[in-house]
Design a protein around this ligand. Structure first.
Ligand SMILES: [Zn+2]
Length: 72
């Protein structure tokens, strides 16, 4: 799974959003199944995930090697 920039004019996939997608989430080998998001929705999704995932203090994230670092 990977998030990449979306250079084409594709609408954001979030229901009710009329913005153009800036990013695509690649889930499979087929580009038809990409999910496309605008920057607003990415920010909102990120905010919502932060609510449900285990909260981490900035200090803990730093000690574990950054936002993408795996817990040691
Ligand atoms: Zn959107």
């Amino acid at each position: 799974m990977e998030i990449v920039n979306q250079p084409n004019k594709i609408k954001c996939d979030i229901s009710g959003c009329k913005n153009m997608a800036s990013f695509s989430l690649i889930c499979t080998d087929s580009k038809k199944h990409n999910l496309n998001f605008c920057t607003n929705c990415i920010a909102e999704i990120n905010k919502q995930f932060n609510k449900v995932l285990t909260p981490k203090s900035i200090k803990n994230i730093y000690q574990k090697g950054g936002l993408n670092g795996k817990a040691k």
